[in-house]
Design a protein around this ligand. Structure first.
Ligand code: HAM
Length: 410
């Protein structure tokens, strides 16, 4: 028997309905904040992803050559593609641009619960606003979106300038290594790395920075940073807006395009793969041949949100099963149209089952049976049977539609 590729999933209807319901809640929040949907290709030139991150990232991607010899990659994330599109299509559009997307990404990772090779992100990118207000808006929107999904989570907000200030005397490659250790909370590795360049003294201040949740203390540890006022303004806006978050200057982010504010969200009820959101302020446009425009954004790991929310509830909409005798079949088609026109999910026998078997099937798959036999076909009425209570009555088609409609969703 053929199986699906490793790290991918199939979704049955109950699960798809649950996913779509959450997706639409996210879309609605994005709409209210003025973020409009964009769509980019599923695959891009490999260069788009290696330009900033280097060839090392190839290990984590699905990379292939097409028949024309072009080196391509399935997108591991969508930010780079959105910025490429901005430069190609919307450079002159009035700023800021508020864009969002809901799309699948591909990473060649070791699969486990919450970590897949194909997964979906709901993301937003705010392009062209280089202010504390923009940083704050991104975080407020993220918080509204996570609230809309119903997950319980912790939001941690930081800023890279603190960490950068502490390690500014290190070589850029060494700075990246320090960031990577901090991103993985690997303090033993950090110690070894710092000792290898005779900077063991930095361990104390870096550890203190990671541990503090207090802005004044972070300034004290990291020394004067040029972005001080911007960070203060952002924190002020967040506090004024009532967003629930904690400051965390240990956030380093795995992707290396971030320049300032960084933030992450964690589901409280998940284990190892509990990061459900990641984002921050970044500059990618210039690297891709555009102007040096500042952006910020985030992506929600949609699949992890769904894992956090738990098992998909069973279907919610009311189902009508049409049950008819051969004489009632033509009328049943008209009756089916009337129910569907009223927005009611309506299913008809396709298996040439007899009357009794149709009714038995409806009892398993529907909430109401609408029976159309010879008598109903002649009178124009229908027999409506509530399959949960067993109650049955013969009524006009309009009454039957209204009766089922009033039943609402289960
Ligand atoms: P990221 O942190 O790499 O950031 O991914 C965002 C979220 O996608 C993660 O927090 C996680 O929930 C989810 N995720 C990542 N890998 C997997 C996986 N293998 N399986 C399931 N879920 C996964 C970005 O991708 C940035 N582009 C976010 C961003 C937007 N920054 C600025 N704008």
């Amino acid at each position: 028997m053929l199986q699906k590729p490793r790290g991918t999933r199939d979704f049955l209807p109950d699960e798809m309905e649950a996913r779509r319901a959450v997706e639409w809640r996210l879309r609605e929040v994005a709409r209210r904040w003025g973020y409009r949907e964009v769509c980019t290709p599923e695959f891009e030139d490999l260069e788009l992803f290696t330009m900033r991150s280097g060839e090392g990232i190839i290990e984590e991607m699905y990379v292939f050559e097409d028949k024309g010899g072009r080196k391509l990659a399935l997108r591991p994330e969508i930010t780079a593609a959105v910025i490429r599109m901005y430069i190609n299509e919307a450079k002159v559009a009035p700023k800021p641009l508020r864009w969002c997307y809901f799309a699948d990404c591909f990473r060649y990772e070791r699969p486990q619960k919450g970590r897949y090779r194909q997964f979906w992100q709901f993301g937003v990118e705010l392009i062209g606003a280089d202010t504390a207000a923009a940083d704050a808006e991104t975080i407020m929107l993220a918080s509204d979106m996570l609230n809309a999904t119903g997950v319980t989570y912790d939001l941690k907000v930081g800023h890279l300038s603190f960490m950068k200030n502490l390690v500014k005397d290190l070589e850029p490659a060494m700075q990246r290594r320090v960031r990577a250790h901090l991103d993985k909370k690997d303090f033993d590795g950090l110690k070894v790395t710092l000792e290898s360049v005779n900077k063991a003294d930095l361990l104390t201040s870096l550890t203190a920075l990671v541990e503090t949740r207090n802005l004044a203390e972070a300034f004290e540890i990291a020394g004067t940073i040029p972005e001080k006022e911007r960070v203060e303004q952002m924190v002020e806006s967040l506090d004024a807006s009532g967003v629930k978050y904690s400051l965390n200057f240990g956030i380093a982010r795995g992707l290396d395009y971030y320049t300032g504010m960084v933030f992450e969200g964690f589901a409280q009820n998940l284990g190892a793969e509990n990061q459900i959101l990641g984002g921050g302020a970044y500059r990618l446009a210039q690297l891709f041949g555009g102007d040096d425009v500042a952006s910020c954004g985030f992506a929600i790991g949609f699949d992890r949100v769904m894992v956090s929310l738990g098992d998909a509830p069973a279907r919610k909409d009311t189902v009508v099963g049409l049950v008819c005798t051969p004489e009632g079949r033509k009328r049943a088609l008209e009756v089916g149209r009337a129910f569907r026109d009223a927005g009611i999910r309506t299913e008809m026998d396709l298996m040439e089952r007899g009357f009794g078997a149709q009714l038995a099937h409806a009892a398993k798959s529907a909430d109401f049976a609408v029976v159309i036999g010879k008598r109903e076909a002649e009178s124009g009425e229908v027999t409506l049977k509530n399959l949960k209570t067993g109650e049955q009555k013969t009524v006009s088609l309009d009454e039957a539609v209204a009766g089922v409609g009033a039943n609402g969703s289960r």
